[in-house]
Design a protein around this ligand. Sequence first.
Ligand SMILES: Cc1cc2nc3c(=O)[nH]c(=O)nc-3n(C[C@H](O)[C@H](O)[C@H](O)COP(=O)(O)OP(=O)(O)OC[C@H]3O[C@@H](n4cnc5c(N)ncnc54)[C@H](O)[C@@H]3O)c2cc1C
Length: 545
Amino acid sequence: MAYDVIILGGGANGAGAARDCALRGLRVLLLEKADFGVGASGNSSGMIHGGIRYMLSDRKVTELACRDSGYIQKIAPHLLFRIPFLIPFASRKEGATLRDRAEWYGTEVYVGTYDLYQPLKRGKPSTRLSAEELYALEPGLRPGLHGAVTLDEWGIDAFRLCALNALDARAHGADVRTWTEAREILREGGRVRGVRFRDALTGEEGEALAPAVFNATGAWSPALGRRSGVPVPMRPGKGVHLTLDRRWSNYGIIGAAVDGRQIFVMPHENESIIGTTDDDYYGDPDDLEATNDEVEYLLEGAASLVPGVRRARITRAWCGLRTTIHAYGPNEDALSREHQLLDGAPHGAAGLLSLVGGKLASYRAQAEEATDRILALLGRPPVPCRTHLEPLPGGDEVPDPAALAAEWPVAAPVAARLVYRHGSRAREILRLLEDDPRLGLVLCRDEAILAAEVVHCARHELVRRLQDLRRRCRVGLGACAGVDCARISAQLAGRELGWDAGRIRAELADLLDQGWRERRAIADGAQLAQEELVRGATGLLEVPW
Ligand SMILES: Cc1cc2nc3c(=O)[nH]c(=O)nc-3n(C[C@H](O)[C@H](O)[C@H](O)COP(=O)(O)OP(=O)(O)OC[C@H]3O[C@@H](n4cnc5c(N)ncnc54)[C@H](O)[C@@H]3O)c2cc1C
């Protein structure tokens, strides 16, 4: 089939652009080599923030991200949650020196300037806390702090953000294929004419044709560009996060690692995460894994703020690659977070646009800019963008969880998680219980996953592999690493998707392997015992008797 535009990559930018192009009436094909959000988007810190860090060097980035954060809150109100941050004031020695006080004053002025952007994203203004107030809010902080200044930000389930954009693109006529890789961008007479693709699950290979191609393959872009003869300069930066088994603080806490770089501990959904590193990465993006050193670097920095985290059980160490614009010289954390749309025309590929840089928080604006450019490349008249006005699927209304729990046989916290992930579509999911009350079973105690939710996602959310359910409804992501939910989810998904027993077993092994890749760097004696438990409980451990 011929399209107007082929979009490569189902991260926030690719999925966002697919939605925008489809809403503006273009015939769209979206290809994702694995599943939505598997790249930087789903492995980011998951903050729809304003990027206060970039205010000095990239004020435009801060403003764009704050403005877009405001729009994303409107189109997906169910999926965002507030994360208030504390920036504690520490002194170099016992008793504050003049230099300490100057630094604290500087921080207050800096955060005060950020307050000017807060109304764009419904952020509360900053405030100063005395030591007493600080310890009343966060008693687990290390002793001897002198107070803090606050900062208001927003978090999101970035996997679902990507999936919802892609699903909405499909609802508006786009063809969306996951587990389908663009192997090469095809050219003829100085123009792109389409892509050669391969479906990893069926082995199907083919060509899809279009006069415009939007390359949003993130850290994979330079390699795809090389294969297709169109350079995409980038300086990918690896960022590692740790997930702790529960919320270790009620507030995000910003501090410094041993090398002075900024790190944070923050509550994110039901857990806490520690992040993040920022190091140049020259390897294959498919081989990305956290190392013991990176885990220790983050833990050391976090423990200098919240000593108790040393006692926490780390459940995952996960990483992504920043798609940063190339620059020779600056340290990784000083690189610009601006975005660029690179035109393929000077390299004999007119019609090709490649995106580098940018932020998750401004994905919608980046997608809007890309769509404007795509319309121009196609010689079409401008069509107004509507992605800041039209809600994402489920974003039209946020039902009251207590009312749902009164109407259906589910506990209020389960209804709350369902509403968080699915917004108004929570009702559709609960209606499945009318035909089969067994679907009211809660599969995971950490994540409150309903059997009905797994069935709904398998039916309606472009699930092709069991591991896709990690990203749709957090199967296998909780602190028990799937002991509760993996096996039964595999059975339910298998029933929906027509898998035989062998396929169900293979999918289960693959899901658990995804988890193992995120635990390898944190495994010690106790964690290895937990690992055996996970495999034993899911029936994948070969027992020799
Ligand atoms: C550690 C870390 C923390 C971050 N934290 C934040 C944050 O809190 N807030 C914020 O605003 N930004 C944050 N960012 C930046 C943000 O995540 C990125 O700017 C954004 O997610 C990039 O999205 P993308 O769609 O361009 O790329 P990606 O999300 O990487 O998507 C690229 C996709 O392309 C697919 N793909 C690759 N090759 C092919 C191919 N040949 N054919 C088809 N598909 C292909 C991949 O599988 C992948 O899904 C963070 C980034 C990192 C790494």
